[in-house]
Write a protein that binds this ligand. Sequence first.
Ligand SMILES: Nc1ncnc2c1ncn2[C@@H]1O[C@H](COP(=O)(O)OP(=O)(O)OP(=O)(O)O)[C@@H](O)[C@H]1O
Length: 309
Amino acid sequence: MTDSPAPAAIEIRNLTKVYKGGKRALDGINLSIPRGQIYGLLGPNGAGKSTTINILAGMVNKSEGDVSIWGFDIDAHPRNAKNSIGIVPQEIVFDPFFTPFETLENQAGFYGVPKDRRRTMELLRAVHLDDKAHAYARTLSGGMKRRLLVAKAMVHSPPILVLDEPTAGVDVQLRQQLWAYVRELNALGVTIVLTTHYLEEAEELCDRIGIINHGKVITDKPTRELLAMAQEKVVQVTVDRDLTVAPDAPCFEKVELSGDRTLTITYMKDRANAGQVLSAVQASGLAIVDVVTRDPDLEDVFLNLTAAA
Ligand SMILES: Nc1ncnc2c1ncn2[C@@H]1O[C@H](COP(=O)(O)OP(=O)(O)OP(=O)(O)O)[C@@H](O)[C@H]1O
């Protein structure tokens, strides 16, 4: 007997959103976000990321399409769908007169979590706010407020946590702390979806990445595959003598003199390899003293894909 596979954490089919006034923010989005992963949703400003997340959060009504959260259709089973997801919004919104402890207790009440199943102090400890449990929220720093938002999204122990640009404007140290906590949650089995403008962050953290541009999905792939899509490779070659002009060769896409003795050569990896590039340098009569290569990163992929779309 074979079990049917568990449904995706989030399944989005032909999702369309036209705002009042006619702006088509989403134009037929299809995405299947697997359970247990850290999934990155990327895209330039105005691409439609927040609209997608706000539809998942039940804060924006879709115009067309189907969305299921943890197997629950958001139209047919809105309550189960809502209970399966925790959302950390982009904007920091709190009642400034409640303490972090009260903020989490109120939220747990809102979700109907019985008193004996609440994890208020455990959550505050997890986001390093236990010593601020009874301070007014308005006395917390920006970073502390953001951590409180993460705890608030987790009060009902949802299997999916969505973070909308959680590290925008957050300093490097706090970003590291937040990601450490996100990784911990993921290790405990929570599916994480995040939007970010920091490609490095997505590259380091995410198992899979979807890129949206102009309301359409332009790619949705494992991070590894996405990185392999970058075609441009760059090699920096130091030679044995000063140069005034850079040599050229058919396998070079671009060549620049980036120092008296250093050449920065770009080649397309589907048309040439590093060996050919180095042979071409030697064939121009130069001896190679040092070679540094740089792997393409997500920035390259992102720029190539969004430029082509
Ligand atoms: N309430 C609204 N009414 C009309 N248009 C809207 C509304 N909200 C967003 N839009 C428009 O829809 C498009 C998508 O916006 P959205 O906020 O989803 O993009 P985003 O990818 O999240 O961008 P950012 O990275 O800047 O947050 C944009 O053109 C935006 O101006």
